[in-house]
Each structure stands twice: as structure tokens, then as C-alpha cells.
Design a protein around this ligand. Sequence first.
Ligand code: MN
Length: 240
Amino acid sequence: MSDDAVQHAIRELVLANRILAREDVIDDFGHVSLRHPTNPSRYFLSRSRSPVAVTADDIMEFTLEGDPIDQRGRRMYSERAIHGAIYMARPDVMSVIHHHARPVLPFTVTKLQLRPIFHMGSVMGATVPLWDSQDEFGDTNMLVDDLAKGHSLAKALGNNRSVLLARHGACNVGTSLRAAVFTAVYMKANAEMVLASLPHAPITYLTPGETEKTAAMLLSDMPLARAWDYWLTRAGFSGL
Ligand code: MN
């Protein structure tokens, strides 16, 4: 049973890589991980490779500290500390995504708030904190490339589903892989919509109550299955 669960997890993670690439959330950089289905102190993440090209052979298993279980010479993402640190801080989280989706970037370099502007955007959460590596670490190469930075980022994320990285990008988390992908896809769409609405401000945002109720509805099995099927088809995997 354990082997089957692992094979299923790896297949889903490969598909998530391809979907996030197809939906332009992740491009040449960025990554998505999945907590091990039967061992919560491990997670799966691709070797260092663009997600659009990831296959099952690329998926590696890591400890939460970021040590590979069976490296086999494969090069690793330097920002994998993001994943382990969030899994340590958030036992409820099963999947973590880190990306530099372009429409999100303006919200990391201005005082402009990223808030849910339409129902689908509710999934990113009413509060999207901004983490700035400068605050604790000063001038760096901007990468979250060790656990100290990972812990700091996880602390900024808190109990939210999304966090912005100043002058860098964002992270999304989910209680399932599909929930994390849904959140990342619609964070990007929500950011696009805020930017499109700005010239016509003032903007009406969802209330915190609308956000909570709508997100709970969207992050349930039916909408997640419906969206997953749509993304799989767009990514060329229909009929699987
Ligand atoms: Mn990055």
C-alpha cells in the first residue's frame, strides 16, 4: 500500500509541475513539492530542473532539513529550504509552491495590497503577508537558500495560504497538492485582475467573510477535481 501511495504521489507531483508551467505560474524557475503521503517528516521535490520538463525520474525525496535520501548525483534546487521549513512549521500543509509569477511581482515592490478581488481569488486568503529578506538578513543573493531564511519566511507565512517575497515572488501552500495548485493559479489571476482594475479605482474587494466562505467552498473536492481535470487537459494529459 505504501509503495502504491508513493507512486501515486510522484505521478501527481509530475502533473502539478506540468500544470503550473502550462498556466504560467512557474516558468524556467520555481518549484512545487508534496509531503510524503505516509511519512510526514519527508517530502518530494524535483531535482533542479524547469517544471515544464519534470518527469517521475526527476522526483527526489528529502528530509525536512533538505537532505536528499538518495541523491544519485542529481543537482538540487537551492531554494528547497522553503519547502522543509514550511512543512516543519505547518503540520496541516501537504504541498508548497514557490514561484515568480510576473503579475504578482508588482505587489512585492510597492505598498499595493494583494487582496481577493473576485470569488476565485478568495483561495489565496484574506491576508497575504509580505516577507522581506532584508529585515533579518540584509543584502543577500535574494535566494531562500538555507533553513534560517526558510524559518523566517515560514514565520511570515503564519497560518495563511500565501506569502509574498519582496522583490522576488511568492509561495502558496495547501492541505493537498490540488489545493496548493488552485491557490497559486488563482493568486496569479487575482493579481492580474487587481492590476487591470487599478486605473478604474477605487476597487471593491471581497470582505473577509466572503473570502473565508468562498475559499472553503472552492477548496473542496468537487471544485478541485473540476479544475484539475481542466488543467490536465490544457497541459496535454487528458484521458489519464
Ligand atoms: Mn525564487
